[in-house]
Design a protein. Structure first.
Length: 334
């Protein structure tokens, strides 16, 4: 049978039953099969799952601020803030003053953000820094914004202190598959990350956990990354899917970029396997066309970072984002 006959007589169909059941028993085979679906079938399935729980016109909007930049002791190959990658040219700074952070949060709220995410280039926070960090959480909440922090590894006690200050979300990514992980980071293990995630979960903080696509990993690594996320004891409430920002001076600056449609597939498979989670189209939008971003939304992404900067790298201008949402007939989630 030639391909045309096969396509005409027995097209691969998306599996139909129980589209949006929450499952934690996904196998790698299940996830591989989703990645392998013909693109229209994959997008149809992702849309169907998406619409069972979300309004497809709505996008949640978060703004990011780096409250402590550069000089990080970890060696994450993608990251311009690692002290191991001086050539990336990010200067090490101190933890920002609480008032300066609150002024930025106020501006983000006025610009339409509903969540304010604060990031620090730390392996893990020092206990003495947590007083200021907790004051930031309290102040940002008082402005009426949801709060998110990403500070590296946490102990159980630190997670509880953050919860007591009112922290809504903690971001800590698995980044990639367990087997590719060691090619990217050597200074902490996959298990370290899983331990932090369980401390955050156990403290009652919402989990934001995802990864990066385009680091030179294989399809099977993307399968493994989604598998790790979708088989966590509870799905992360928020799943950021980052497209690698290739920063000059980092070891991954010259990696061959991933195919755009493969990135869209990863979003769709995350949506299907974690039906109740917000899937965030995270880093990498600056380099994406409007059409590419539209495909990501159609594949089930329903959250973005909004504002001219991520942590150290550029993000689209707010005007461009508002125009894009307007052209798509989409609106920020209240
Ligand atoms: N230092 C903390 C940590 O690593 O847990 C928090 C900040 S760290 C910058 C947060 C996440 O940003 C990383 O886990 C990674 O997934 C993402 N990230 C960092 N650099 C990136 C890049 N160049 N492109 C895409 N994502 C990136
Ligand atoms: C996440 O997954 N992506 C954001 C957020 N969590 C903290 C960070 C992206 C950083 C991109 C590189 C930079 O701007 O330094
Ligand atoms: Fe440090 Fe986080 Fe960057 Fe890794 S990703 S080098 S831990 S700031």
């Amino acid at each position: 049978m030639d391909d045309r006959t096969r396509l005409a007589s027995e097209p691969a169909r998306a599996p139909l039953p129980q589209a949006a059941t929450i499952r934690h028993d996904w196998t790698r085979e299940d996830i591989r099969a989703l990645f392998d679906l013909p693109f229209p079938e994959l997008i149809f399935l992702a849309q169907r799952v998406h619409r069972e729980r979300f309004d497809p016109r709505e996008v949640q909007i978060s703004t990011l601020l780096s409250v402590k930049t550069g000089g990080c002791s970890e060696d994450c190959g993608y990251c311009p803030q690692s002290a191991h990658h001086h050539e990336a040219g990010v200067k090490a700074g101190k933890l920002m003053e609480v008032d300066a952070v609150l002024a930025e949060a106020k501006a983000a709220k006025d610009a339409g953000a509903s969540r304010f995410c604060m990031g620090a280039a730390w392996r893990s926070p020092k206990d003495r820094d947590l007083d200021d960090i907790c004051a930031m959480v309290e102040g940002v909440r008082e402005l009426g914004l949801e709060t998110c922090m990403t500070l590296g590894m946490l102990t159980k006690d630190q997670a509880h202190r953050l919860k007591d200050s009112g922290l809504d979300y903690y971001n800590h990514n698995l980044d990639t598959s367990p087997e590719f992980y060691g090619n990217i980071i050597t200074t902490r293990t996959y298990q370290d990350r899983l331990d932090t995630l369980s401390h955050v979960r156990e403290a009652g903080i919402n989990v934001c956990c995802g990864g990066i696509v385009g680091m030179g990993e294989t399809r099977e690594d993307r399968v493994g990354m989604v598998h790790s996320l979708a088989t966590l004891p509870e799905h992360p409430e928020s799943v950021p899917i980052n497209l690698l920002v290739q920063v000059e001076g980092t070891p991954l600056a010259k990696v061959v970029p991933v195919d755009g449609l493969e990135f869209v597939r990863t979003i769709a498979v995350a949506r299907i396997t974690m039906p109740a989670s917000m899937v965030r189209l995270s880093a990498g939008r600056e380099e994406m066309s409007d059409e590419m971003q539209a495909l990501c939304f159609v594949a089930g992404a329903n959250s973005i970072f909004y504002g001219t900067k991520l942590l150290t790298t550029p993000n689209p201008e707010p005007d461009r984002d508002m125009l894009l949402l307007h052209k798509l007939g989409m609106t920020p989630m209240k």
